[in-house]
Design a protein around this ligand. Structure first.
Ligand code: SF4
Length: 467
C-alpha cells in the first residue's frame, strides 16, 4: 500500500509536518518510514529506518532535518523485501542536483525496465521498483524535470502515485488509471501546499483538501502556486476499490466520498442482500466497524463490541510473514464473553483472504459462548491477487478462488456466510463520478480484470522468491 507525502511551505518546519502527516498515514505501511528535506542552502538531509514512524523518528532527528520542503514515505512491501535498503524516499542523482522520490503502487513491467537499464550499465542498490523509476528519470533527464517525467511516465506500466522533491519544488505524478490515491491540500493561511495519499494526513496539518491529483497528470507545487498538466487523459479511471472497502482510513475523503459513510452504506446493503436473524451485530475491529454500524442500523439488531482489539499491534494482513500473521491474530483480538455468551452473533469483516483468520475468529466466538455465528463480509469474494501494490497471496491461497461460499462457510465453521455483491459496492460508493457505474474502479481482486496489465510469469516468480 504505502503512504506518501510532500510539503512545500514558508517557515513551516516541513519535517515536523511530514512527521505528523506520515503518522496519520501509518495504517498504509508499518515496515519502514523516511523523511527527506531541503535545507536553506539547498542541501538535502534525510533519515530512514525500519519500523513505525514513532520508532524511526524522535525530536532530535526531526530537529536535524531543517527546511521548508519535505517528502515522506511509510512502506509496506510488495516488490522488494522488507529491508532498510528498500526504505524510501529514494535519492536520485541528477546532473544539476538531487531528487528525492516516494512511491505508492507497483509496476508490472519491471523486468523489461530492468533489462533496459542494465544494458545502459545501471548497478542496483535496492530491489524495489521505485529504484527503477528513479533510474529511468536519471537516464532520460534533459534538464527539465516536468518534461522528463512526462516522457518517463508512459514507460511505466502498473500503479504509481509518486511524490518527488527537488531543491525548490514538490511534484506529484499519478498513473493514467489513477489506481492509487493522491490528493492535494493547502496549508493553513495559504502558506504552502501538501500532497498526500489520503486526506486524513491533511486534517492533522490543518490543511484544506483542494482536490485529487487527476489520473494521468503531473502537478508541480511551488511556494505560492500549483501547476498541473495531463500527460495521458485517454485511459479510463480505475481507482482501487479496496481503498473504500479496507485500506483507507474512515475519516479520509476519496473523490468526494467519505470512507466511513461508504462503509456504513455497505453494511446497510449487506443486510438487504444477506439478512440474519440474530441478537447482536459485532465488528472485526477496526476496519469492520462502519459496516457493522450500517448492518445494525438497517436490521435493528443491537450493535455491540464483542472483540476487543489491542490497538498497539499492527494489521495482521500487513505483516509480511506467515509466522507473524499467526501470532498477530492471537495478540490482536480478545473476545468479550460477557457480550457473546448465549447470543446469536452477526460478525462483520471487510474481507476473507486465506480464511485462516476468519476461522480462528469464529472459533473464538464459539469458545466464548456464542450460540450462532453469522459471518458477513462487506466486499465480494477475493478471487484473484493484486498486482498493483497490495501484498495479497497467490491465487492458490485465496480461499474464495478455490471454494464456493457454502464450502467457505463450512471451513470457517460459521452458521451462515454472506458476501456483498460488487453492484452493492458500487452503489455504496455512490458509483462513479463519471456515471459509468463501476467502470472507474480497479476491482481486479474480485473479477480478475486488471486495467493496467499484469506481470509476466518470470517477473512474478522473482517477486515471490524475494518475499
Ligand atoms: S487488484 Fe484489488 S487490491 Fe489491487 S488495485 Fe485492484 S481492486 Fe485494489
Amino acid at each position: 500500500m504505502c503512504g506518501i507525502l510532500g510539503i512545500i511551505g514558508q517557515n513551516c518546519e516541513a519535517s515536523k509536518l511530514a512527521y505528523f502527516g506520515l503518522y496519520a498515514q501509518q495504517h498504509r505501511g508499518q515496515e519502514s518510514a523516511g523523511i527527506a528535506v531541503v535545507a536553506e542552502k539547498g542541501e538535502i538531509h534525510y533519515h530512514k529506518g525500519m519500523g513505525l514512524v514513532s520508532q524511526v523518528f524522535n525530536e532530535n532527528i526531526i530537529r536535524g532535518l531543517p527546511g521548508n520542503l519535505a517528502v515522506g514515505h511509510v512502506r509496506y512491501s510488495t516488490t522488494g523485501a522488507s529491508q532498510i535498503k528498500n526504505a524510501q524516499p529514494v535519492l536520485v542523482e541528477l546532473p544539476d542536483g538531487a531528487l528525492l522520490l516516494a512511491h505508492n503502487g507497483n509496476l508490472v513491467n519491471t523486468l523489461e525496465l530492468r533489462g533496459e537499464l542494465e544494458s545502459a550499465g545501471v548497478a542496483w542498490r535496492m530491489s524495489s521498483d521505485t529504484e527503477i523509476i528513479g533510474c529511468l528519470i536519471a537516464k532520460y533527464y534533459n534538464g527539465d524535470l516536468a518534461d522528463t517525467l512526462v516522457r518517463v511516465a508512459p514507460k511505466l506500466q502498473g500503479a504509481f502515485s509518486l511524490v518527488l522533491m527537488t531543491r525548490d519544488k514538490i511534484l506529484g505524478l499519478r498513473d493514467p488509471h489513477g489506481i492509487r490515491p493522491l490528493c492535494l491540500g493547502q496549508l493553513p493561511d495559504k502558506s504552502g501546499f501538501v500532497l498526500a495519499s489520503e486526506s486524513c494526513a491533511l486534517d492533522i496539518l490543518g490543511a484544506k483538501l483542494l482536490r485529487e491529483v487527476d489520473k494521468g497528470s503531473l502537478v508541480i507545487l511551488e511556494k505560492d502556486r500549483v501547476r498541473s498538466l495531463v500527460y495521458d487523459g485517454t485511459k479510463p479511471g480505475a481507482l482501487c476499490v479496496f481503498e473504500y472497502i479496507y485500506f483507507a482510513r474512515p475519516d479520509s475523503y476519496i473523490e468526494g466520498h467519505n470512507v466511513y459513510k461508504v462503509r456504513e452504506k455497505m453494511g446497510k446493503l449487506l443486510f438487504q442482500e444477506h439478512p440474519a436473524d440474530a441478537d447482536i451485530v459485532i465488528p472485526v475491529p477496526d476496519s469492520g466497524i462502519p459496516a457493522a454500524v450500517g448492518f445494525a442500523r438497517a436490521s435493528g439488531i443491537p450493535y455491540e463490541e464483542g472483540l476487543i482489539k489491542n490497538r498497539y499491534v499492527g494489521r495482521t494482513f500487513i505483516n509480511p510473514s506467515q509466522v507473524m500473521r499467526e501470532i498477530g491474530v492471537r495478540l490482536k483480538l480478545n473476545p468479550l464473553r460477557e457480550v457473546l455468551a448465549g447470543k446469536r452473533v452477526v460478525i462483520l469483516d471487510d474481507s476473507i483472504v486465506r480464511g485462516t483468520t476468519s476461522a480462528k475468529l469464529v472459533r473464538l466466538l464459539r469458545d466464548s459462548g456464542a450460540r450462532e455465528v453469522h459471518f458477513r463480509v462487506s466486499a465480494p469474494p477475493s478471487i484473484s491477487p493484486c498486482y498493483y501494490g497490495i501484498d495479497t497471496p497467490v491465487k492458490s491461497q485465496l480461499i474464495a478462488a478455490n471454494n464456493s461460499a457454502a464450502e467457505i462457510c463450512r471451513k470457517l465453521g460459521a452458521d451462515t456466510l454472506g458476501y456483498l455483491s460488487i453492484e452493492a459496492v458500487h452503489e455504496a460508493i455512490a458509483a462513479s463520478a463519471d456515471g459509468s457505474n463501476g467502470k472507474c474502479f480497479c476491482q481486479g481482486c474480485f473479477d480478475g480484470v486488471y486495467p493496467a496489465g499484469i506481470p509476466s510469469g518470470e517477473e512474478l516468480g522473482l517477486v515471490y522468491k524475494e518475499r
